[in-house]
Design a protein around this ligand. Sequence first.
Ligand SMILES: NC(=O)c1ccc[n+]([C@@H]2O[C@H](COP(=O)([O-])OP(=O)(O)OC[C@H]3O[C@@H](n4cnc5c(N)ncnc54)[C@H](OP(=O)(O)O)[C@@H]3O)[C@@H](O)[C@H]2O)c1
Length: 317
Amino acid sequence: MYRRDDFSDCDTDIRLDGKVALVTGATAGTGFEIAKNLARRGAKVIIASRNATKLAGAKQDIIMDSGNQNIVARQMDLASLTSVRNFVGELRSEPRLDILINNIGAIGLQDRLTEDGLQLMMQVNYFGSFLLTFLLFPLMRRSAPSRIVNVSSLALILGHIDFDNWNDVNKYSNFGYYCNAKLADVLFSVEMNKRAADSGVSVYSMDPGLGKSEFFRNFENDILKNILNSALLHFGRPLHRVATMSVYLAVDPKFETESGKHFRDCKEFYSSWFANDTILTRRVWEESKKLVRITREEDWERAQNNFGSRTQLYNII
Ligand SMILES: NC(=O)c1ccc[n+]([C@@H]2O[C@H](COP(=O)([O-])OP(=O)(O)OC[C@H]3O[C@@H](n4cnc5c(N)ncnc54)[C@H](OP(=O)(O)O)[C@@H]3O)[C@@H](O)[C@H]2O)c1
């Protein structure tokens, strides 16, 4: 059921010829539509996801839809920090990165620790994107003005960050981990905006609202999975329309001065709720850095080798 197009204000005809955009989770759902939208504007679009077969199919579909041949598919699994680090290493040949859309999200994943010692739901919905963004910052800074869009969810209003337990298994329901991770996505955007001030890299967070995807596909219980996916198909909005919101934040000049804010349906949405607790946002950043082992010398070396000066990265940490 689709009654109202809440995204009609987000339509823009801005072209992106000569720009490079990276969309994570672009093999399905909203990410696929975001990638098509950016490709139609003439950008070189890098699509990242975990499944090589799906990536190849998505790449072909995006080329067919947009007529833009400049689409690059690269494998990356957010459930593995090694995969994220390798992915960033593979981007060494990219001269620039103007847009990063952190779209990957998942629910219904097992309550277990990954090989990195991180709770799986937290890693896929937050820690993986945190590391990716951190490691890509030097390249985005070199490409400034550039923009990062972090896709969150209204579920964040039920989120809670308890640093003693946020990465523990058996502490929250599956939905609880999802809410916590989606809150962390917004808090890290607020903190990054402060740390990256004057760098020319803008960062926004947003809630896409309900979209007609198969978001619940990871649930093991088939009945629950089918009910929830049917509800999304019934009540969700068309994904090509949902995609316009992230694209709008990533391209429209009106957001140049809106970095650090949170959006829903193309409008600012209670940004001050998240921005006011500066102690919390700073701690989210610092604890996340520790958990993804960002202090490892290897990461500094990687950033330096890939994208230039070490000091570029040091400036925001
Ligand atoms: N749909 C909604 O109603 C809704 C509402 C609020 C917020 N959101 C948020 O919007 C974003 C997009 O949602 P969606 O409904 O479009 O999702 P989706 O259809 O389930 O697509 C998710 C994409 O992420 C990829 N992905 C999942 N886990 C991954 C991993 N570990 N490593 C790499 N890629 C991975 C998926 O690849 P595979 O195909 O290989 O799984 C797929 O390409 C998410 O952040 C979600 O939390 C959605």
